[in-house]
Design a protein around this ligand. Structure first.
Ligand code: MOS
Length: 746
C-alpha cells in the first residue's frame, strides 16, 4: 500500500546537511592525514623539459613532490585495457607529455593543506611547448579535420530513416540554420575530492563520486589490483551533474600519493582546477535543415553535429539523439563528428546530448512555425510521434499532448500575439516562447538488502548514491511502504561499494533502477516477519491466514480482527533475537524489446527585454512534465526547478572562453564564469502530468534528474525572438547579440 510514495516528505538528511553533520569526501577525519595539492600545466601541448622540485621539497612539512620522474610505475603505463568512458584516459604522471592546459603535472603532499599549497607554488616547470597551429586550439580551423567517433553508449553515431534527400525536396517550406553552444563546466558546489588510505594491499577511497562501483572498477584497473581489495565510500555528494560520473586522474593520483608516502592522503581540487581535468560539456556546432508541407507536416529533417573533444579520447556530444525520436518525420538523418583540440576530455553533463540538441531542434521548429505562420504548439502537435519514429515501437506511456495542454493553460499561452515585437509594456519588450523537453528513461540492474532488527527498526541498503537528488529520502519512502514501517524507524544506507551493487547515478536512472530492488527486498523481509509471527503459537496473530495480515507501523496486524497484533521486536525476540534479512536484485526484462521509454515535457518561457539596452530577464517559466510516478513531490519539483535554473544559465550566462593562443579557459573561476544567482531567476512553475509507467518498472518511476534542463534554452531563445524579432542561434544569448543581431526576421 502506498502511504508515503509520492508524498512531499522533507529530506531526511536535510537536518544533517544544514547543521554540518553530513560528511562529504573531504570532511572525513583520519589519523596522520596528509594533504595533496595538484600542480597543473600552463601550456596546452608539448612536453615537460624539466621540473625543479628541490625548493618545494625543502619547504616545511613537505612529504613528497610527485612528478613523472618519481611517480610509481603503473601497469600498462597507466592506460588499462578498458575503453572509455568506463575508464577514462587519465594523466597519472607516467610520461612527460602535456596534452592540455590545466593538466596535472605534479602532486605535492605535505602535513597540512597550507604547506602543500605553498610548496605547490614553488614547483618550477619548464615546458617545450608546441606552438599553434600544431597545438590545436581553434575549433573553426580544426573542424576541417573532424572525424567519425565510435558509437556512444550503444547508440549509433549516425542514423537514417526513409530518404532524407527526397524528403527535403518534398516539403515546400525549408529552413536551414547553424546553431552553436559553448563549452560549459559543471561546477557542482562541492569540487571533486578524494581521500585515500592503504591498509596493506587494501585501499579505501572516500570519494565524491556518482558511482562507487564504477569508481572502484576504474581504480582497480589503473593499479592492476582486484576490485575487491578496494572500498569506495561516498555518503554525501555536493552535486554531480555528470562530472562525478567518471573516475578522473586525481582519484588515482591521490591513491598513488598515499602509497608513496605511506600515509592517508586527501586531495581536493581547487575551483580553477575544475576547468579542465574533470570534463566539460563540449562546444557544439549543429547544422539543422527541416522541410515541411505548408500545413506543417514535416517531410525531412537533417541534423549534423560537430563537437569538440580532446586529442586523446573521443567523447561525443550526441545532440542528434533528440532529433531522432521527437517528431514523426518519415525522412531523417543525423550524424556526429568530433573535432579534437588540446583541451581536457569532455564528458556527460546533465542531459548530455539532449540539452544541446534540443536547443537546436526546438529553435529550428520555432523558426519553421514563423515561416509557416503557425502556432508553435500546433506545429508540434501536427508532427506528434505516436510511436518511436526510429524503430516504430510503441511508447510505454507518453503524455506529451497533455503536457502541451497543461503547460499552455497554466502559462496563459493563448494571450500570446503571434507577431514579433507585438507585446510590450513601456520600454520592455515581452516575449513568449515554448519548446519541447525530453529525456530517455534509463534503468539498469540494481540490488538491495533489507534487515528488520531486534529493536523493531529496519536497515535497508543499496550501493547507490545520493548526489543531492534525494535518494536517501525517496528510498526510505519506498522501503517504508513495502515494509509497513514508519519512515523514522528505517535507516537507509548507500554510498559504499561493499553494499549490494547498484548502477552509477547518471543517465537519470537511480530512482528507476534502485526503487524496484528496495521494494522487493523490503517486501521479502516483511513476508518473512509475517510468516514468523503466524507460525509462532505465542503470537496474537498465530494461525492467521497470510492474506489476512499486513504490517502497519511495524506491527503485524490481522485485517479481520485488528486487535490481534504483534510488534516486530516481540516477534524477533521470541524467535531467538536474530535480525530478519532479505536481499533482492531487480533488472529490466523483455519490455525493452517491446516498448520505447521516454519522459517528455513542454516548457513555456516569458522574457522581458529592454528595447533600448537589450538587457534580458526570464520573468517566468512553466514546465509541464510527464515523468511517470513521482516518488516525492517535493524533491522531484526541486530537481525539475534546478534543471530549469540551469536552462536559464545555459541560455543566458554560461560560456567558457578558450584562449586560442594558450589553450587556457580564461574565465576558469566562478567570478568570471557566470551561473545564475537567485536574482536572475523569476517564477518557476512545475506541473506533473501523466501516470505511473508500469510497463517501465514495477513502481512506474522514470528519471527526473536531467529532463528539467532540456527545452529551456530553446524556449528562452524562442521567447527572445518573439520579443525582439532577433533570432539568436549562438548560446549564450547576451545583450550584444540582441542589439547587434546576426540573424533578423526570417
Ligand atoms: Mo548525468 S550527465 O548522466 O550525471
Amino acid at each position: 500500500m502506498n502511504k508515503l510514495i509520492g508524498q512531499p516528505v522533507d529530506r531526511i538528511d536535510g537536518m544533517l546537511k544544514v547543521t554540518g553533520g553530513a560528511n562529504y569526501a573531504a570532511d572525513f577525519p583520519e589519523a596522520r592525514l596528509a594533504h595533496a595539492v595538484l600542480v597543473t600545466s600552463t601550456v596546452a601541448s608539448g612536453t615537460i623539459a624539466s621540473i625543479d622540485t628541490g625548493r618545494a621539497q625543502a619547504m616545511p612539512g613537505v612529504l613528497l613532490v610527485m612528478t613523472w620522474q618519481n611517480a610509481m610505475r603503473l601497469p600498462n603505463a597507466g592506460r588499462p585495457p578498458i575503453s572509455p568512458p568506463a575508464v577514462r584516459r587519465l594523466t597519472l604522471l607516467q610520461d612527460n607529455v602535456v596534452r592540455y592546459s590545466n593538466e596535472p603535472v605534479a602532486v605535492v603532499v605535505a602535513d597540512t593543506l597550507e604547506h602543500a599549497t605553498d610548496a605547490a607554488q614553488h614547483v618550477s616547470v619548464t615546458y617545450a611547448a608546441t606552438p599553434a597551429p600544431l597545438a590545436i586550439l581553434d575549433f573553426a580551423r580544426a573542424k576541417a579535420q573532424a572525424h567519425t567517433p565510435p558509437g556512444m553508449s550503444e547508440r549509433p553515431i549516425d542514423s537514417q530513416r526513409g530518404n532524407v534527400e527526397a524528403g527535403m525536396h518534398e516539403g515546400a517550406v525549408r529552413i536551414a540554420a547553424v546553431y552553436t553552444t559553448p563549452t560549459q563546466f559543471h561546477n557542482p558546489m562541492e569540487p571533486h575530492a578524494t581521500m585515500a588510505r592503504w591498509d596493506g594491499p587494501a585501499l579505501t577511497l572516500y570519494d565524491a563520486t556518482q558511482g562507487v562501483t564504477n569508481d572502484r572498477t576504474a581504480v582497480a584497473a589503473v593499479f592492476g589490483i582486484p576490485a575487491d581489495t578496494i572500498r569506495v565510500i561516498s555518503p554525501f555528494i555536493g552535486g554531480g551533474f555528470g562530472c562525478k560520473g567518471s573516475s578522473w586522474s586525481h582519484v588515482s593520483l591521490c591513491a598513488m600519493a598515499a602509497k608513496q608516502t605511506g600515509r592517508p592522503v586527501r586531495l581536493a581540487l581547487t575551483r580553477p582546477q575544475m576547468f579542465g581535468p574533470v570534463g566539460s560539456r563540449p562546444h557544439t556546432e549543429q547544422h539543422l535543415s527541416i522541410a515541411a508541407r505548408t500545413d506543417g507536416t514535416l517531410t525531412g529533417v537533417r541534423h549534423d553535429t560537430l563537437s569538440q573533444t580532446s586529442t586523446f579520447e573521443d567523447w561525443t556530444e550526441m545532440s542528434g539523439l533528440v532529433t531522432r525520436m521527437m517528431y514523426a518525420s518519415p525522412n531523417l538523418s543525423t550524424s556526429h563528428r568530433v573535432v579534437p583540440l588540446n583541451v581536457g576530455t569532455p564528458t556527460f553533463m546533465r542531459a548530455p546530448g539532449e540539452t544541446t540538441g534540443s536547443f537546436a531542434l526546438e529553435s529550428a521548429m520555432d523558426e519553421l512555425a514563423w515561416r509557416l505562420k503557425m502556432d508553435p504548439v500546433a506545429l508540434r502537435l501536427k508532427n506528434y510521434a505516436e510511436v518511436e519514429p526510429q524503430d516504430g515501437k510503441p511508447w510505454s506511456s507518453k503524455a506529451l499532448r497533455e503536457c502541451y495542454a497543461a503547460g499552455a493553460q497554466r502559462f496563459g499561452w493563448s494571450r500570446r500575439v503571434n507577431a514579433p515585437r507585438a507585446m510590450r509594456e513601456g520600454n520592455t519588450l515581452i516575449g513568449l516562447g515554448m519548446a519541447g523537453a525530453t529525456y530517455p528513461a534509463n534503468r539498469s540492474e540494481a540490488a538491495a538488502i533489507a534487515r528488520i532488527l531486534p529493536d523493531g527498526t529496519a536497515m535497508v541498503a543499496s550501493g547507490t548514491q545520493d548526489i543531492g537528488t534525494g535518494t536517501y529520502t525517496v528510498m526510505t519512502q519506498v522501503a517504508a511502504d513495502a515494509l509497513g514501517f514508519a519512515p523514522d524507524h528505517i535507516r537507509f544506507a548507500l554510498g559504499d561499494s561493499t553494499l549490494p551493487r547498484a548502477p552509477v547515478s547518471g543517465g537519470s536512472q537511480s530512482a528507476a533502477s534502485v526503487s524496484p530492488a528496495v521494494q522487493a527486498a523490503a517486501r521479502a523481509a516483511r513476508d518473512k516477519l509475517i510468516a514468523l509471527a503466524i507460525a509462532d503459537p505465542a503470537s496474537p496473530v498465530h494461525g492467521a491466514a497470510p492474506g489476512d495480515v499486513t504490517v502497519t507501523d511495524g506491527w503485524v496486524v490481522s485485517n479481520s480482527a485488528p486487535s490481534r497484533r504483534d510488534p516486530a521486536a516481540a516477534i524477533i525476540a521470541r524467535a531467538g533475537g536474530k535480525p530478519i534479512e532479505a536481499q533482492a536484485s531487480e533488472k529490466p526484462g523483455a519490455e525493452r524489446q517491446q516498448y520505447a521509454f521516454h519522459s517528455f515535457g513542454a516548457v513555456f518561457a516569458e522574457v522581458h527585454v529592454d528595447a533600448e539596452l537589450g538587457t534580458l530577464r526570464v520573468a517566468r517559466i512553466v514546465g509541464a512534465y510527464d515523468v511517470g510516478q513521482v516518488l516525492n513531490e517535493k524533491t522531484a519539483r526541486s530537481q525539475l526547478m534546478g534543471g530549469m535554473v540551469w536552462g536559464v544559465g545555459t541560455a543566458l550566462h554560461e560560456d567558457a572562453l578558450l584562449d586560442t593562443r594558450m589553450g587556457r579557459f580564461v574565465n576558469g573561476n566562478l567570478a568570471e564564469y557566470h551561473v545564475p544567482v537567485n536574482a536572475d531567476i523569476g517564477d518557476l512553475d512545475v506541473l506533473f502530468v501523466g501516470e505511473p509507467d508500469l510497463r517501465f518498472n514495477p513502481l512506474g518511476v522514470r528519471g527526473i534528474g536531467e529532463i528539467g534542463i532540456t527545452g529551456v534554452p530553446a524556449a528562452i531563445a524562442n521567447a527572445v525572438y518573439h520579443a525582439t524579432g532577433v533570432r539568436v542561434r549562438d548560446l549564450p544569448i547576451t545583450l550584444d547579440k540582441v542589439m547587434l543581431p546576426r540573424h533578423t526576421l526570417a
